[in-house]
Ligand binder design. Structure first.
Ligand code: FAD
Length: 456
């Protein structure tokens, strides 16, 4: 059963970080024919800055040295010395312990930050012309069987809307972000974990300013490092972008978003008129009067223009990431609040594992075993990060029941343990574990072809 001569057709949904990184790996494999579909016509630079942790960089390197290099070429050094170790510094900005450093996240030599739009440009440049089809919004996924019995005659189709055509593939890998169509297809539209939620009603206010402009307004030290300054009214952070020429500064406020419905990722920015009279949509620097002067200055700078703000959200745990020959990855599978700084890193870890597995998947009937191995390997770790980011947010807002903010030493232990979990993971071993699981699924008969048709 099955044919080995034709390349397997892979449809990637979404041309974000997960989709493009995965495409960069899969397009190098001659036994695969890869097309990615992206709903928007071009990515906008909306000021989303990423300070990628070491696990993100290790995941990119596993996909290929050129992927890591594409990131390095677009990123700006946070440190003044190339080999200086730099971490995201989490500092208390309010209360009796103000000024105390309670965590160093993502510590790495030569640590950099990058604008999301720049990173996407760098990844896109690695792909063969025509790999990504822009302006293709997937609205439906279904299967065809062509009346044949052979497994390779069964296809997964993605549709682009009424009279807008469809694409037939052997496998669909969906990286279509927090509001994923594939997630609805896999879990069911009514499943409680399908739609993202903003459980703590977070609102993120963010501004983009030139480094020159920021220099006169905030502590110069924050132009070359990544601080997160904590307090009960909101936490403040700054990320240098575009090779240090601009900075993205933000304030994340808990409990003020209009509802628990999540707006979504950086391309789903909701614009609010800061003069609309609704205090919830604005950022009032007066509320930060008991914060450190450093933090207050950043708040004042952000408050000058709060027209662009995200109402963030995350996913409750999905019971599985794959069924038959359809899988989801990145934010589609496990969107998390941005507070642990590891959403993109987890998306890249997904891509690294799938890329590794698909180096061995050469027959249609083996796809399902690979996707099950991906699910078994990646779901527990990525869902732990979703929970972690939620918990980070509560700690940042001095809102944990055990009042952790009153004990900086306890905070240090909490953050230290979790930073090691995300940052120091052995991703080579994760890839090996996935491959071992794949072999076990194959040996146990998963991928016989019968189940697949029942699944999707
Ligand atoms: P996305 O980047 O959202 O990409 C999904 C893509 O799919 C988009 O291009 C979208 O247009 C497309 N799409 C959507 N629907 C469809 C459809 N129906 N058909 C076709 N295409 C579709 N992570 C970190 O690791 N470090 C950080 O420092 C960090 N900081 C962050 C700061 C903020 C303010 C935010 C909001 C997030 C941050 N993250 C960070 C998280 C990170 O940005 C996300 O986890 C990451 O972008 C997820 O990548 P993705 O490719 O899965 O999804």
């Amino acid at each position: 059963m099955g044919s080995t001569s034709q390349p397997l057709t892979i449809a990637i949904l979404g041309g974000g970080i997960a989709g493009l990184a995965l495409a960069a790996g899969l397009t190098k494999k001659p036994h695969l024919s890869v097309t990615a579909f992206e709903s928007i016509l071009a990515h906008r630079d909306v000021g989303a800055g990423l300070a990628l942790h070491l696990n993100a960089i290790k995941a990119m390197a596993l996909i290929g040295p050129e992927v890591r290099q594409a990131y390095l070429d677009k990123a700006t050094s946070i440190a003044s010395e190339a080999d200086q170790e730099i971490a995201t510094e989490v500092i208390l900005a309010q209360g009796p312990h103000a000024g105390q450093l309670v965590a160093e996240l993502g510590r790495a030599k030569g640590r950099k930050s990058v604008s999301r739009a720049d990173l996407l440009d760098g990844l896109l440049a690695l792909l063969p012309e025509g790999t990504v089809r822009y302006g293709k919004k997937v609205d439906k996924i279904w299967t065809t069987q062509n009346g044949g019995k052979d497994e390779d005659e069964f296809k997964v189709c993605v549709g682009f809307g009424e009279n807008k055509g469809f694409f037939e593939a052997d496998c669909v890998l969906a990286a279509d972000g927090i509001h994923s169509v594939a997630r609805g297809h896999l879990l069911g539209e009514d499943h409680p974990a399908t739609k993202p939620k903003n459980h703590d009603r977070w609102q993120v206010y963010r501004t983009l300013v030139s480094a020159e402009e920021a220099r006169g307004q905030i502590n110069e030290r924050w132009l070359t490092t990544v601080p997160i300054l904590l307090g009960p009214c909101g936490h403040v952070n700054v990320i240098p972008l575009n090779k240090g020429t601009r900075i993205s500064a933000g304030v994340a406020v808990r409990g003020v978003a209009d509802s628990k419905e999540a707006a979504g990722g950086p391309d789903d920015v909701t614009y609010h008129d800061s003069n609309d009279g609704d205090k919830k949509q604005g950022l009032d620097p007066g509320l930060y009067a008991d914060y450190s002067e450093d933090a207050q200055r950043i708040v004042r700078m952000v408050a000058k223009d709060t027209s662009a703000s995200w109402s963030v959200g995350d996913h409750d745990h999905a019971p599985f990431y794959a069924k038959g020959r359809v899988a989801m990855l990145g934010d589609a599978a496990h969107a998390s609040l941005p507070f642990a700084g590891n959403g993109a890193a987890q998306a890249l870890e997904d891509a690294a594992v799938l890329d590794h597995l698909f180096s061995r998947v050469k027959r249609v009937e083996d796809i399902e075993a690979a996707l099950r191995a991906y699910d078994a390997t990646r779901r527990p770790r990525s869902q732990a990060v979703v929970d972690l980011a939620r918990q980070f947010g509560r700690v940042y807002a001095y809102a944990t029941e055990d009042k952790m903010h009153e004990d900086p030493e306890r905070m240090r232990k909490f953050f230290g343990g979790w930073a090691a979990f995300t940052n120091n993971a052995d991703l080579g071993k994760q890839n090996d574990d996935a491959m071992r699981a794949y072999e076990q699924f194959l040996a146990s008969g998963i991928g016989s072809g019968v189940e697949s048709r029942d699944f999707v």
